[in-house]
Structures are given as C-alpha cells and as structure tokens.
Design a protein around this ligand. Structure first.
Ligand code: KG4
Ligand code: ZN
Length: 344
C-alpha cells in the first residue's frame, strides 16, 4: 500500500442489498461484500420496505467487518466513509446513513454522501480503468431510465428519460405476469436465451417529438394483453419466446436511442449502467451497434451492474479529491433526482 493511496469504505443500503466495499484510488476494489435479501423478498413477490430496513439493521455491522477483513485493513487505514444518501427506500437508506455517520465520527474520517445512480455510473470506472468523461451513458435500473452525457465525474446532463416505467420495472412486471417471479430481469434474460425474438411482434415504444425519451407502458400493456388473451383462449404461453420478443422491443428502444444520441452529439464513447445493464442481450446489441459506428462501448462487470458498495466508494473518490464532504446533519433523500447533490 502506497502512502498516497486513498482508501474509501463504501456503504450501500438503498434497497434490498446490504453492501460494504473498500476501493483504492476510486478504481481498484479490495473487497466487495453484498448481503442480498432477495430470497426473503421473493416470498412476497417484491421488496417489502420494513423487512428491508430490519435486515439492513441486523447485517450492516457484519458486512462492514467482512469488507475490512477481505481488504486486509483496519479502520485506521481508511481515508473516508462513503454512503448512499438517496434515492431509495427511506428506512433502508437511513440504516446506511446512520451507520456511516457513526463510523465517520468514531474514527474521525470525512463522510461522503453519494447519489445511488451516480454510483451505478461509476461502476464503469472499476471495470474500465481507462474510461474518463465525457461520454454518453444509458442508465437503466429498477427505478431509473436516463440517457445522459457524463460531462465530468460529478456533472451529468440529462438528454432523455422514461416517460413512465423504468426499464427494470417493465422487466419485473412482465416477469411477474408470466409467472417467472421476482426479480424479473435476470429471469427474463435467462428464459430469452432459448426463445425466438421474432415469435411475437410487440410494439417498440416511441415518444412523439422526443427522440431521446423512452416509454415502456404501451409495450407492457401489449405483453399483458397477449398473456390475458392466451389465458382466455386456453392457449399455452411459450415463456422463452415471449421473453425474447419482449426483450427485443426493450433493447431496440434503448440501444437505438442511445447510439443515435451519441452520434448526434459527436461522442465516440458509450457506457451503460444500472441493474438492467447486466442483461446479456442488451450488452451484445449495444456493443454491436457501437462497433458498426466506430464507437467504444463500456459496461460494468455483471457483479458491479446490480446494487453494490464498490460503485459507491468509486463514485466518492472524486468528491474526496475535491474535499466535497457531508456533515453530521446528513439525512436520507429518498427522492433525490439525478444531477442533484446528495446530502444537501
Ligand atoms: O440497479 P438495480 O440493482 O437497483 C436499482 O437501483 O433499481 O436494478 C434492479 C433492476 C431490477 O428491475 C432487475 O429486474 C433488473 O435491474 N435486472 C435486470 C437484469 N439483472 C437485474 N434486467 C434485465 N436483465 C438482467 N440480467
Ligand atoms: Zn441500484
């Protein structure tokens, strides 16, 4: 370990993963602990906020201990504590925020408030050590679908967004309707691998006069109508075909708009971030379309696509260098918009 190294402990508890990670110099992951609650929430078909908060409360100390042990460091070696301050479930966020404040006070190290979505974008810096702003980034998670230009590490210009459901939400709703259960994205991804994407023709959503915005409600309704009709006529649904056909429509919308935006604005670097960026077909299609146009595409490794704390520590690094710290008044911001500063 070099004496100039910056070691940041990241803490993430915005939804159903309790996570802690130590990251060196914003890009090198020394440990990455994720305690997932998925098995428990699956029983209810989705995340139950109060259960999520209680489990974060139970697990957070153990998760942090493991992150330090795996990184082979002690609290005294840390330069800062970073935590997701929003957006997310308020009760879940408060566990991480309170823990981070207590730690920061106890070991006398600065506290850094991180925007969860900026964390997802920063996951790309872990997987691509050479990636630097500016570039175009498509952010696709359970709650967000944003097309933006990352002008600098802390400067996001939003070019387009979903007018209704987020892409991950559409995956989850379709998966539930077809009986695949929660969380839907990875299940549809898997089922689609053996399906025919041309089996069913679903509409690719379009927002009139807004070429970089997204809409998934029409597509979702078309899939639900198809399922209802099949139930009424007693027709059996081919889940792999339905998954592949739905996914094809989602991906066309996401990839075509992202690549068109990069082309129009003159960018040659295109990244994706958020849980849906783990999708194998989306990654393949974006890479193909970028390659055709001489653009470079970037995706985080799958483990850094879905919620984790390494991305939070990575995002905090540049705030650390700027001296952009939160104080002991830091609170959770459940509705924090992209581009708004966490912890203000
Ligand atoms: O970013 P994330 O882990 O949490 C939020 O910040 O929302 O995203 C979760 C979303 C869920 O909707 C989940 O179904 C979706 O990401 N997801 C996927 C895949 N893995 C996770 N969607 C499509 N394909 C996947 N492989
Ligand atoms: Zn997330």
């Amino acid at each position: 370990m070099d004496k100039n190294d910056v070691l940041i402990l990241g803490i993430e508890s915005s939804c159903d993963e309790t996570a802690a990670s130590v990251v060196r110099n914003g890009r090198e992951v020394l440990s990455n602990i994720i305690s997932s609650q998925i098995d428990i929430h699956t029983v209810y078909g989705g995340v139950v906020p109060e259960i999520a908060s209680r489990l974060h409360c139970e697990n957070i100390n153990g998760v942090i201990k493991m992150a330090l042990r795996d990184a082979d460091i002690g609290f005294e070696d840390l330069n800062a504590i970073a935590v997701t301050a929003g957006p997310g479930l308020v009760g879940a966020l408060l566990i991480g925020v309170s823990e981070a404040k207590a730690l920061s006070y106890a070991i006398d190290r600065p506290l850094i408030a991180v925007h969860h979505i900026e964390g997802h974008v920063a996951a790309n810096y872990i997987s691509h050590k050479e990636l630097e702003p500016p570039y175009v980034c498509l952010i696709v998670s359970g709650g967000h679908t944003h097309l933006c230009v990352v002008r600098d590490y802390d400067d996001f210009e939003i070019i387009g967004r979903s007018m209704d459901d987020a892409a991950g939400e559409a995956y989850d709703k379709v998966a539930r309707a077809v009986g695949l259960g929660y969380p839907g994205g990875p299940k549809i991804d898997r089922a689609a691998r053996t399906g025919d994407p041309n089996a069913i023709s679903f509409p690719i959503g379009e927002v009139r006069d807004r070429p970089y915005d997204f809409t998934f409600s029409g597509l979702k309704s078309a899939v639900l109508n198809y399922i209802n009709k099949a139930h009424m006529t007693g027709e059996e649904i081919n889940v792999p075909d339905l998954s592949a056909s739905f996914q094809k429509a989602v991906i066309r919308q996401l990839v075509d708009r992202t690549v068109a935006c990069a082309e129009e604005l003159g960018f040659t670097k295109v990244a994706i971030a958020g849980g849906v960026s783990a999708n194998s077909a989306l990654r393949k299609e974006l890479e193909k379309e970028c390659r055709k146009r001489g653009m470079d595409s970037y995706f985080p490794e799958p483990i850094y696509c879905t919620d984790n704390a390494a991305m939070i520590a990575a995002a905090a690094y540049h705030s650390y260098l700027r001296g952009d710290f939160a104080d002991m008044k830091l609170n959770a911001s459940p509705n924090l918009k992209l581009g708004m500063k966490a912890g203000r």
